[in-house]
Design a protein around this ligand. Sequence first.
Ligand SMILES: O=C(O)[C@H](CS(=O)(=O)O)OP(=O)(O)O
Length: 237
Amino acid sequence: MEINILQLIEGAKQARGLTVVIDVFRAFSTACYVTERGAYRIVPVGDIETAYRLKRDNPSYILMGERGGVIQPGFDFGNSPTHAERADFTGLTVVHTTSAGTQGIANAGGADEVVTGSFVNAGAIVRYIRERKPERVSLVCMGLGAKSPADEDTLCAEYIKNELEGKPNDFERIVRHLREGEGRTGSFMDLEGEVSERSAPKSDFEKCLDLDRFSFVLKVEPFEEGLKQLRKIEVAP
Ligand SMILES: O=C(O)[C@H](CS(=O)(=O)O)OP(=O)(O)O
């Protein structure tokens, strides 16, 4: 199995084989919490205008996401796993648009298959890849606003690669690195006061680093009008 770690939009465009589009802080962690809370489907979109149009055409849809880490006008939720965990999405369609993660999905057109990547379901992703036995795996790190690499995404890609290759991982060390300084990235972490409460509560950090909380992967599949949706696939331990 050939495993490549790629970065940002360009990396998403180069991705081939079974592709994991990784966004730890916070898009694909949040998507797992939304799924766990009963969402019927998540529709990841790159373009915010598409998100608004979908809501106009389907008033029952839930709008979720951010720009610059901040919830946008008319949105029901920001990109917060803390808020997603408290909500009930049973039977609902959630339209999700973010600065980095959902842009990666939109640009991974050359992949054979795409799943989302984060630490909260990293073990399930590894088991899924082992089951599928692809010749080629692309691990795409979406970084900060899809503009510059972010340690949390690269560390998640390396973690998945190590697991697949039977090499050791030290998750505690990863958390320390992200908590204590040079590894601390993500514009959502710098939001303060009311903006932070509404868009990015401080607890989002822990929620995104709750390793293997979920035992499913989220697979990107076609939806209507050229759009995509995420389908939950349980992966046995
Ligand atoms: O809101 C987030 O968590 C980030 C914002 S940014 O990438 O740091 O600008 O978006 P995401 O797409 O979840 O990385």
